[in-house]
Write a new protein. Structure first.
Length: 158
């Protein structure tokens, strides 16, 4: 009788101990799927013609190339800023200059995103523009999920 109770108690404890891990795994899968859905949603504009789809893909590819270059420069500047900050004798003029360069690159990214939005809108009909303005441009305004984030290694905040 005692062994049955002991086994039952062991099983119950194991279930309680494993349930948070299982729950966390499900949350991670949901986050991954949401990222995929948002990335695919950018061309979910209704009634796109094949020509429009081709043009939007070309615009998107060119935009990604430009943004990758700017993001790489931005990461370099942030690393340089970190080096300047942590030196024994920080040079405030160099720190200020690097911050100004980071700000300029961030502004360049914002302008590039807006150009992309406007280039997409040029290819759309009036009905499609209404839909895109209500739904699609949000993806580019936020930097399309993780593309706007510079450090993707950080765990998502809850």
């Amino acid at each position: 009788m005692k062994t049955i109770k002991f086994k039952l108690l062991t099983v119950i404890l194991a279930v309680f101990m494993l349930s948070p891990a299982y729950s966390n795994a499900q949350n991670n899968n949901q986050r991954a799927n949401n990222g995929k859905m948002k990335a695919c949603k950018e061309f979910a504009i209704p009634d796109l013609t094949p020509e429009q789809q081709t043009k939007l893909k070309e615009l998107h590819t060119a935009h990604m190339k430009e943004m990758t270059s700017i993001k790489n420069q931005l990461q370099e500047k942030k690393a340089h800023l970190k080096t300047l900050r942590t030196s024994d004798n920080p040079n405030m003029n160099e720190i200020d200059k690097t911050i100004d360069e980071i700000t300029a690159l961030t502004g360049k990214m914002m302008k590039q995103r807006e150009r992309m939005i406007q280039d997409i809108r040029k290819e759309l009909t009036e009905e499609q523009k209404v839909y895109f303005d209500a739904h699609g441009s949000k993806l580019y305004a936020r930097g399309k999920k993780s593309q706007g984030k510079m450090n993707n290694n950080k765990p998502p905040m809850r």
